[in-house]
Design a protein around this ligand. Sequence first.
Ligand code: BGP
Length: 476
Amino acid sequence: MNEILGFPDGFFWGGATAANQYEGGWQEDGRGPSIADILTGGSVDKERRITPPAPLDGEFYPNHEASDFYHHWKEDIGLFAQMGFKMYRMSISWSRIFPKGDEEEPNEAGLRFYDQVIDELRSHGIEPMVTISHYENPLHLSLEYGGWKNRRLVDFYLRYAKVLFERYRGKVRYWLTFNEINMLTEPFGAYFCAGMADPADNNEPCRFQAMHHQLLASALAVRMAHEIDPDNQVGCMLAYHNGYPYTCHPKDVFYAQQYGQIHNSIAGDVHVRGVYPGFAKRYFREHGISLDIRPEDADILKAGTVDYVSISYYSSTCVSMTQEGELTAGNGTANIKNPHLEASAWGWQIDALGLRYVLNQIYDRYQIPIIIVENGLGAADEVDADGRIHDTYRIDYMRQHIVQMKEAVLDGVELLGYTCWGCTDLVSASTGEMKKRYGLIYVDKHDDGTGDLSRKPKDSFFWYQKVIKSNGEDLG
Ligand code: BGP
């Protein structure tokens, strides 16, 4: 028996971004508006607002320019290469390719932008991983069709996915169909995941219906990707909700199990096993959720299971039957605070061991490869008097998590890669702030829209460079 003693050769170290939060160029070269373009800025105590059907005069819309990757792609990829990235997870802006989403023909100028990006990555030996849909439906699909509660979006999505699979055949091998599809179990997901702008649609039946349509679209896309190129590897992406029982009362323990089943495993099981689990059926029945699932859907789901699972993991919380206890924020959630953990300035509790726990849990359940495609610390970095950014807290966060990833690998988890979130500073999805920075590369851009967009490596940049060079052995 060969024992694994560390990260495997060829481990995909890298970083991740999403077009809507990073790219900017919102009206360039024929791009149409997306749902992210009508989201105002916000802050930890001021909610972002959705302002359909168009941006309002006098409001600030942080995603319009974002970090302007649209004009800095060559420089940014050069910096990724300097860090030694093996993989870069990016997303493609759907409305750059199909400005309204329901056209027959794609926008060639939009594709040309990604041609350059993908070729540049490959020229540096960086494997691109593409998220096909990351929080940015074309806005027209929301206004005209009501977003993903409408089954017609499945066809529009497949037309778009086909263009990408054909265009990037042989150049992109790793794909993700939908970012954090299971956020649809939370109110946050109605708009971000499904583009359902009407508040009346933000209820469980609509959100699970939208999820069903996305699961169908995903399964059909997996099959299509394999037909177009058998080398394609298509994964799902789950925002992994890690909710510990708040007490050892069996009711709390059981509640925590159910919490994980609903929030992680409904979407995960359909993606990986191709069927809805029994507890989903019971949950739907007992919560008055009656979905439009057609007879042909079972075969579609069964025939389009994913090749690997990817997750975002930032923090953990506690959950309890009684719902009593002080609440704290997490990615798309607010649950009970854990007295044993510290938190980021945004209240997200830092729990590196939780990552090992989660990786084992997922691998025990599915036994297919896993990639961590988001992890990192959102912090209000400042440029110091010496002109540098000393983000030791981010280094500590990443170090602790990488230590636990290695433990999970030693536990036998088949972990293929790690792309830290927001490797270059970008707009926060939940708050719309630039101030909540995740990057190893600083971008001179601020919440009032000022800044010259110049890039500067932070201390974490040089630390991560060493980590990658040593394949995760030198974490000093
Ligand atoms: C995930 C999203 C990302 C990202 C990240 C951090 O939910 O996939 O788009 O933004 O979380 O969250 P936030 O930006 O809200 O800090």
